[in-house]
Write a protein that binds this ligand. Structure first.
Ligand code: FAD
Length: 501
């Protein structure tokens, strides 16, 4: 490095800001870079964002945060996937697991054998061949094996946590790792007149804070990337029309099954995120189809117990900034973009942004090629997730309901159309660079919506129906045998946290 970065300033102390601080403090400790977080307790955080995907476990490991500490200190629960209720039609549900289905044989994917058996009249749901689905539906916990015997044992878990307790835990970790902290409001951003770089910020405490590299974690305000750098925003409402949410926690008197639930509603869907001390609920909706008061009223009707706080109403535009990194500013979290939380992807995008930043870590010359590589990756990641989210809406059969008729009729972007065509024509998955969701996730959606190819691959005909019936029965038996080693989710949490009887 010719002119190394000496200081990093992170603007914002929400989940994004403190994840960035802990991660960078760990990974850059040997470089002696100073890291400072500026946040404003007067402004606060978005106050939602409590469901994760299994990649979060890599983040815990990277910042040396023990999972037992995490479970204990953030009132966390386990998540093996998401149950989608009423999406295909009222009363119908399916599960998107963090795990694989069945065992492939002779180079042929399991789902072709499953399709063949189905055509022969075997109605066994595909979830019966997935350990993660069975654990979730039975309310059990089993840690994933480091060396599973075959694909039946391949699964993982994520967590649900209290977002404010998670941010507080990370803050403690960051401060213990020499991260500086200011509780003050940024009132002005100073730019270098020649290069247009951010040189410093004025705080309402009267301090002027200089810095080399700036991480914008200021939330939807996008103080640096959006306001100071004037980076435009790609609005994706025509693809994902939901643009508002109302969140309302309620009390909890039991440990729920280890899953998030996403239930279709008249103008969107609602989440149910079980924590140990409360349940997070929220209705994500499209403002063209329901107004804010009606949405809040509808959410209140669904609460399983008394509300614990007043409703938090949030407006958002789905999409992302044209650039995630411009000059000496990198945006992470809501400042850089947002997609509705249907698959809990925002926190994992923060993590991925940090992981991708390190190999491209700049010096003070800020070679624009680094930002160009980073931006290309970030855009692809967003587009791939957008396509997967759109799939959730494409398959609905809620005919005669204006919102659902509207979202079903939206023309898919080309990348999604290619995936749909390959699936419907041949039962095949198209894989892309920077896909967050892999084959099993797509399969869970297709099977869940009964959006199945006309037939199975001829490659699956190398086994007779009788052979398949027997080997698939053995797979189900193997899953049942493994379930015997699991313990109730509540027992597991009580054991590791010592907090639940
Ligand atoms: P924020 O939490 O808004 O933090 C912004 C920070 O910037 C605050 O500390 C604030 O004080 C500070 N700030 C702002 N302006 C100034 C200023 N002028 N001076 C100083 N400081 C300032 N993600 C998931 O992964 N899973 C989910 O289940 C999920 N659910 C969601 C549901 C909804 C309805 C929404 C809207 C989002 C959800 N997300 C979810 C996204 C998740 O909430 C965010 O990605 C995550 O909380 C990170 O937010 P943030 O830190 O970028 O912004």
């Amino acid at each position: 490095m010719r002119d190394p970065i000496r200081s990093i300033v992170i603007v914002g102390g929400g989940t994004a800001g403190w994840m960035a601080a802990t991660f960078l403090a760990r990974r850059l400790a040997h470089l002696g870079v100073s890291i400072t977080v500026v946040e404003s307790s007067a402004i606060g955080t978005v106050g939602v964002g409590e469901a994760t995907v299994p990649a979060i476990r890599d983040f815990f490991a990277a910042v040396e945060l023990g999972e037992t500490d995490l479970l204990r200190e953030t009132e966390a629960t386990i998540k093996y996937g998401i149950r989608f209720a009423d999406w295909k039609a009222p009363g119908h549900s399916f599960f998107h697991p963090f795990g694989l289905y069945g065992v492939p044989a002779r180079g042929v994917a399991f789902h072709h054998y499953w399709l063949k058996r189905r055509a022969a009249g075997d109605a066994t749901p595909i979830g019966d061949y997935c350990l993660a689905t069975q654990l979730a539906e039975r309310g059990l916990f089993l840690p994933p094996s480091d060396r599973p015997a075959n694909d039946l044992g391949v699964f993982n878990f994520a967590v649900h946590f209290d977002a404010s307790k998670f941010a507080a835990l990370l803050r403690r970790l960051a401060l213990a790792n020499a991260v500086g902290h200011r509780d003050a409001q940024v009132t002005r951003v100073a730019l270098d007149p020649e290069r247009g770089h951010v040189t410093g910020v004025d705080l309402d405490s009267g301090e002027h804070l200089p810095g080399d590299l700036w991480i914008d974690c200021s939330g939807f305000r996008s103080l640096l990337l959006g306001e100071a750098m004037e980076v435009g925003f790609r609005d994706w409402r025509h693809w994902l029309p939901c643009d508002r949410a109302v969140a309302l926690p309620c009390s909890s008197d039991r440990v729920h099954h280890p899953m998030t639930t996403a239930t279709a509603m008249e103008a969107g869907w609602r989440w149910h995120i079980p924590l140990r001390h409360r349940v997070g609920n929220g209705y994500v909706y499209c403002s063209d189809f329901i107004d804010d008061d009606a949405a809040e009223a509808r959410l209140r009707e669904t609460l399983e117990s008394e509300a614990l706080a007043s409703a938090n109403r949030i407006r958002f535009t789905p999409g992302h900034r044209d650039e995630f990194w411009t000059r000496n500013v990198v945006g992470l979290g809501l400042s850089s973009g947002f997609l509705e939380p249907l698959e809990s992807t925002s926190i994992t995008l923060i993590q991925s942004g940090l992981e991708r930043l390190l190999p491209l870590f700049p010096d003070r010359n800020f070679d624009p090629r680094l930002a160009a590589v980073y931006n290309r990756q970030s855009v692809l990641e967003f587009e791939r997730i957008r396509d997967f989210l759109m799939l959730h809406y494409q398959g609905n059969a809620r005919h005669g309901e204006p919102f659902w008729d509207h979202v079903r009729a939206i023309q898919p972007p080309p990348g999604l159309q290619i995936k749909l065509d390959a699936w419907r024509a041949a039962g095949e998955f198209v894989r892309n660079e920077w896909d967050t969701f892999q084959d099993a996730s797509w399969l869970s959606m297709y099977a869940g919506f009964d959006d199945l190819p006309a037939g199975h691959s001829p490659m699956a005909d190398q086994f007779t129906d009788a052979e398949l019936r027997d080997s698939m029965a053995r797979m189900r038996d193997a899953i049942t045998a493994t379930l015997a080693h699991a313990e109730p989710h509540a027992t597991f949490l009580a054991r590791v946290t010592g907090a639940w009887g």
